[in-house]
Write a protein that binds this ligand. Sequence first.
Ligand SMILES: Cc1cc2nc3c(=O)[nH]c(=O)nc-3n(C[C@H](O)[C@H](O)[C@H](O)COP(=O)(O)OP(=O)(O)OC[C@H]3O[C@@H](n4cnc5c(N)ncnc54)[C@H](O)[C@@H]3O)c2cc1C
Length: 425
Amino acid sequence: MSANAEWQNWSGSVQAQPSRLASPRTEDELATFVRGAAKVRVVGAGHSFMPLCATTGVLLNLAELDSPIEVAADGASAWVPAGWSLKRLTAALWDRGYSLPNQGDINPQSLAGATATGTHGTGVELGSLSTFARAFRLMLADGSIVECSNEQRPELFEAQRLSLGLLGVATRIRVSIMPAYHLEERVERVPFAAAIEQFESVARAHRHAEFFVFPYADEVIMKTLHPVADAGAFKEPSASDETIFRFCCDVTAAAPAVARVLQRQLMRLIRASRRTGPAYRIFPSERTVSFEEMEYEMPRAAGLSTLQEAIAWVRKRKLPVAFPFEFRWVAADDIWLSPFNKGPGASISMHQYSKMEWRNLLAAAEPIFRANGGRPHWAKRHTLTSKDVFALYPMAERFCKVREQVDPAAKFANAHLTELFGIGA
Ligand SMILES: Cc1cc2nc3c(=O)[nH]c(=O)nc-3n(C[C@H](O)[C@H](O)[C@H](O)COP(=O)(O)OP(=O)(O)OC[C@H]3O[C@@H](n4cnc5c(N)ncnc54)[C@H](O)[C@@H]3O)c2cc1C
């Protein structure tokens, strides 16, 4: 525990001076902090780009708040500690013979942080991690504990499924699980035009499909993951890829005009590859080169054309974008604050190297995604106002009513969320 600490997020773009940073080990300790503070936020791995965790009050981390993993008799769900990282959780589930139905690009995030923001992977029929949460054990502002699910306090549950940490502190989550599975990963270079044409068939033929495209390259990196029965030996991904990529980013930062040539050269180094292994080890990649990211969740039918429009926009203005765009599909859901709640989605991520100007770049590109019906990932860079939030999310008012009922003094709000949801206005 430390008083008047400095805190910053993964990319370093959000900094805060909480009055106290603490890692309670029990719910009793947690209750003491929650009762005693006027303002409380919880941080998982701090991987959000938006100031979701920034606070001048108490900042709590639940990584050390351990509790048992309890698998339901039907093997379809398990109560697990909310503050564990996905890395720790998926390894522990694997040891018991289970996997999560899907994961995103990396695994340091806490389960609670991932579900609180609608974190997702890719898959035609696979929803975000928020859709895997079937029940929550939640500490409310007065330090009391409640459970919510479809059956118990269903309104609170609906709001909590994607809550940005505004309703209370999740100490345990009942998540969907499935029998442990192995995956085959295939990576190959595909011409950009062919990727656009073929993505639908590739995505339908594989459990997971996505591609990365540098704005100035003519080819994309297509990645598919598909279940396999016999996995063979697991091979770690090559660390040298990140080293070369970091070098290219540094060169682009120093001499932005080289981006076009450099990205085409870089693509030539990409070799087709195949590896297999336990799902929880194949899903995550290493991301050691720091970036800032904006991600828009598009109606699926508008996904590929919006990506093409965004890339044409970058090229036309000769903008120095050092990182590739990422394109994924995510299933529809019915969560009040989910950007996928209007139908199947296509997710477009636009990244920029942390050492280069990103704020104006991302904000200038944002209207392209908005004009095509997109809604942003809550944890990634966006410039939505409170007016936008209520226009884009018909259920936001109901969410705010639930929030007002469980936390009338807005103990769990911070400046960013107060503004975004018009709290106290
Ligand atoms: C390198 C990198 C790769 C990424 N890849 C993906 C990806 O593939 N797909 C994707 O969708 N997103 C991705 N993200 C975004 C990331 O998944 C989200 O920002 C996620 O919320 C991070 O989890 P966290 O544990 O770091 O949460 P934090 O950023 O620490 O917190 C996020 C929110 O959860 C709340 N919260 C955390 N714990 C609790 C709790 N116990 N109770 C109540 N509220 C809580 C916080 O208050 C905050 O509002 C990526 C981010 C980075 C930096």
